[in-house]
Design a protein around this ligand. Structure first.
Ligand code: ADP
Ligand code: ASP
Ligand code: MG
Length: 452
């Protein structure tokens, strides 16, 4: 049986009308038997706020009310709300109980269970919408198959085990039903709920597609594909019809929020095609991400990743010494931090931290313990308020004239760090957060809009 996995993001399942448009997309594709949903738009943010220590009782009740309202507005539009009302009520009571439990015990496991509730509600409601359209459909608890480690807030999926469980528990259900399941969430080997990090539903869909050897995974969102840059930043951004796995992976890694950075990995492993399109305007088509594309251009896109932290490490011990970097990297690895960009001079190392692995609950990466450990063998300076702008393309490191074009545009801006050459697919500059939008616009204008 050929299988297509469709994933719908938060805005796509924001309300009943949006869910109905998604139902049309599913029902128009005979191969689409597995649907992965995010929480309805805004719900995860409200849940994140509920996990914060600073939330007082009054605000807690307000947040619970807002979450319930979003879900009930969808329920009330169903022809037979009574079919799922009791289940929805019990999910909402669970949200309330978990938020109360957190007041007494700020456990990461409880936080993750709370954060998972948005997807549990939206999957229940979306399956009901499909049933009202006459489809045979039910919701499926993805925690039965999405085994992860116990790193709450940023759990690591266990690929082999997921495949075995998906074949055993999920595949048989897909034969004559449309199964709706949750993105973003999983469970550890003790059955405790975990989450994969913000935006993780795309990753969930790709993992399930890999486990079930699907033919394609469709990421339905609020834009008609992957654009040459975030269309919110540059109105002249153009949709890309076809892009390679490596280009798309670079874009996602460097901040194109339209895809979670890990999404491409499972697709590459199984050679599964990925489609990105708009659930509001499916007729506009979208972007196909494939193993190979014909004539990949020098410049493909500009991406931006905000909220970057730069660590400057200074130590005279570094001079003509060996092992300084090894020690630094080992310390960062112990704190589960991966380094993103790096530049070095004789007695200085500057590195940016990869924030794509931040916790679902938004907790920062840097902590006192790490800084103290690093301070034992060097002087540490932390700079915030930075943004990383990446020019993504092909043969960047081996094409003459690229730097001239890019640096002409950057002339009025202070570039804090430059990285180029490690990958043929990107050239990155670190600039102040306040200048990032202008840098992206100017680069886009110069590299993509000439002659438009
Ligand atoms: P969903 O909730 O469906 O997962 P997201 O908000 O996570 O949607 O991702 C879609 C958003 O990604 C778009 O609204 C757009 O602003 C942003 N985005 C950033 N870069 C790009 C890009 N290069 N192409 C398309 N969208 C982009
Ligand atoms: N609901 C989660 C989030 O808002 C996961 C997702 O939307 O992909 O981050
Ligand atoms: Mg997303």
């Amino acid at each position: 049986m050929s299988l297509v996995v469709a994933k719908f993001g938060g805005t796509s399942v924001a309300n009943f009308d949006a869910m109905s448009r998604c139902a049309d997309i599913v029902l128009n594709n005979e191969a689409c038997h597995l649907v992965v949903v995010s929480a309805s738009s805004g719900v995860t943010n409200l849940l994140v706020e509920l996990t914060q220590a600073t939330v007082n009782d009054e605000r807690r009740l307000q947040l619970l009310k807002q979450i319930a309202q979003i879900q009930y507005e969808i329920l009330d539009c169903l022809t037979r709300p009574q079919d799922v009302a009791a289940q929805l009520d019990s999910l909402l009571s669970r949200i309330s109980a978990l938020s109360e439990a957190l007041v007494l015990n700020r456990s990461k496991a409880i936080m993750d269970e709370l954060l998972s509730m948005g997807e549990q509600c939206s999957s229940l409601l979306f399956a009901a919408v499909l049933r009202e359209r006459g489809a045979s459909s039910s919701s499926f608890d993805v925690r039965q198959v999405m085994l992860t480690d116990s790193h709450f807030g940023r759990a690591e999926p266990q690929i082999g085990e997921i495949a075995e469980r998906a074949q055993q528990w999920l595949a048989p259900l897909l034969v004559n039903q449309i199964i709706v399941t949750q993105g973003f969430i999983g469970a550890d080997s003790e059955g405790r709920t975990t989450t994969l990090g913000r935006g993780g539903s795309d990753y969930s869909a790709a993992l399930l597609a890999e486990a079930l050897r699907a033919e394609a995974v469709e990421i339905w969102t609020d834009v008609a594909g992957i654009y040459t840059t975030d269309p919110r930043l540059a109105p002249n951004a153009r949709p890309i019809n076809e892009i390679s796995f490596s280009e798309a992976a670079e874009m996602a890694t460097f901040g194109a929020k339209v895809l979670h950075p890990a999404t491409i990995l499972p697709a590459v492993r199984q050679q599964i095609q990925v489609f990105v399109g708009s659930s509001r305007e499916p007729e506009k088509g979208g972007t196909w991400i494939r193993h190979q594309v014909e004539n990949p251009p020098t410049f493909r896109a500009v991406a931006v990743r905000r909220d970057q932290t730069l660590l400057n490490l200074h130590s005279l011990e570094m001079l003509h010494a060996r092992g300084f970097l090894a020690e630094t990297f080992a310390t960062l690895a112990r704190h589960k931090i991966s380094v993103d960009l790096i530049t070095t001079s004789e007695v200085n190392v500057s590195l940016t931290l990869d924030k794509t692995g931040s916790d679902s609950s938004g907790q920062g990466l840097l902590n006192e313990a790490l800084l103290q450990e690093l301070s034992q063998h060097c002087r540490v300076r932390v700079e915030d308020g930075l943004a990383l702008v990446a020019i993504i393309g092909n043969r960047i490191a081996s094409t003459a004239g690229i730097c001239k074009r890019v640096f002409e545009v950057l002339e009025p801006h202070n570039v804090r760090m430059i990285c180029q050459g490690a990958s043929p697919h990107n050239l990155c500059v670190l600039v102040s957060e306040s200048e990032a939008a202008q840098v992206v616009k100017s680069l886009h204008q110069n590299l993509f809009e000439e002659g438009l």
